[in-house]
Design a protein around this ligand. Structure first.
Ligand SMILES: [Zn+2]
Length: 422
């Protein structure tokens, strides 16, 4: 009860005063709600450098901008540190992306499912419910584990045609740009990229769900195969771009047919996705992945790990430029895990160099200096070390601290104003 200074029994004057107090309280309450809403991230752009640990980020920095420069992905006001385990200490990309997308620890290989193989709702599905548009961009197969965990639910990450079908008919992702057309066409239908190309003769169509490109077209998707057509596609519509049979690169050790030269660059895909998705006044959720930072590291190929990381950084720059004119945008750069036990070392002929692919790579020039560094490796697999997340924009402060990978989901939900079930 409100008590005016005129006392309970005071007449019209007291009632009027109380009414005024109530009115102003209500107005203040509305203001608070408006302020809270204005502090919500309308747009989210989440960058995943697959396998990109702290040392990888340092090597990309040294090779690109040198000791005194700053990468776009580092020039952000907030930093967090993520513990990466799945239900086992060393995660794979599927379990890690499921932790980011749905906030559960699960087994390696699980996509959008918890440890009991129960589907778990993803942050992109919540975004869709809020009326936002959604997009997935990657240099890997568009149905590979990382993008898959944001918009599909399968027990085994290998079921890539099932994942593609779910994108089209269940999660209804608006923009899909990446590789992996082999899973969209059944055997015998080569699609936009011929089967058995010279850079990898083993790659050929092997879809298990019929011709999913035809299916996508029937559902209203514009289908594109190159940069020119991608740029021409109408913004705000549904867009499917498939730009390789499998990954948009060839992951091999140095000098053994290793290629990182995607036919459509990650920055170009990122730019188009943002242009198209931002036509929605209610905002969007976009996940952008550079996959070669992981797969080249599996091959202990530092040269192309760094090259891929540079493309990721260019893509982050594009997102930050968008965020500069759309301040209700949250931009994050993180990794799902570290790959390779990547280490930056002094050039030293007496230091052990390992054998086979694990021998030191380099020397690599440090930009704007006369100095060099070499890269050494401890494994061709993933490691369990923590990975950094750098963040800018609305809600970025939520991501400070040291926490589990599942904490990315809860913080994204909080930043976007998603009402999670209790
Ligand atoms: Zn990997």
């Amino acid at each position: 009860m409100l008590k005016s200074r005129f006392g309970w029994k005071s007449s019209a004057i007291g009632i009027t005063a109380a009414a005024l107090v109530i009115a102003s309280f209500t107005a203040a309450h509305d203001d608070n709600e408006a302020a809270a809403a204005s502090k919500q991230a309308k747009n989210v752009i989440l960058f995943v450098g697959d396998g990109m640990g702290t040392a990888q980020r340092d090597a990309i920095r040294l090779a690109t901008v040198g000791e005194n420069g700053q990468l776009a992905m580092d020039d952000m006001p907030y930093l967090g540190l993520i513990h990466t385990s799945s239900t086992t200490p060393v995660t794979d990309s599927a379990a890690a992306a499921t932790a980011f997308a749905s906030g559960v620890k699960t087994y390696n290989g699980a996509v959008g499912m918890d440890a009991n193989k129960k589907s778990v709702k993803t942050i992109m599905e919540y975004a869709k419910e809020m009326g936002k548009s959604t997009g997935l961009v990657t240099t890997s197969q568009i149905t590979d584990a990382t993008p898959a965990a944001f918009a599909s639910h399968v027990e085994d990450r290998g079921k890539q045609s099932d994942i593609a079908l779910q994108y089209l008919t269940k999660s209804k992702v608006d923009v899909l740009l990446g590789g992996g057309e082999d899973f969209w066409y059944p055997a015998g239908q080569p699609g936009g990229f011929k089967d058995g190309q010279p850079d990898d003769p083993s790659e050929k169509s092997k879809g298990t769900q019929g011709n999913l490109v035809d299916k996508a077209k029937s559902l209203g998707y514009a289908y594109v195969k190159n940069t020119t057509d991608m740029k021409k596609a109408k913004n705000g519509g549904k867009l499917l771009g498939l730009f390789a049979n499998e990954e948009m690169f060839q992951q091999r050790p140095e000098g053994e047919g290793d290629i990182y030269n995607p036919v459509v660059s990650l920055p170009d895909m990122t730019k188009k996705a943002i242009e198209s998705l931002s036509a929605n006044k209610k905002g969007f959720f976009l996940m952008v992945e550079e996959e070669a930072t992981d797969e080249m590291a599996h091959q202990n190929n530092a040269k192309l790990t760094i090259k891929a990381g540079q493309q990721l950084d260019q893509s982050v720059r594009i997102a930050k430029n968008f965020a500069a004119s759309h301040p209700d945008t949250l931009v994050l750069v993180l990794a799902d895990h570290e790959t390779g036990g990547f280490s930056i070392e002094e050039v030293d002929a007496n230091d052990e160099s390992g054998d086979a692919i694990s021998k030191e790579d380099g020397p690599f020039a440090i930009a704007k200096s006369k100095m060099n560094f070499v890269v050494d490796w401890t494994t061709s697999g993933h490691t369990a070390v923590d990975v950094p997340v750098t963040v800018t924009g609305t809600g970025a402060e939520l991501f400070s601290g040291v926490y589990e990978n599942t904490g990315i989901f809860t913080r994204l939900a909080q930043a976007m104003g998603v009402k999670l079930p209790k």
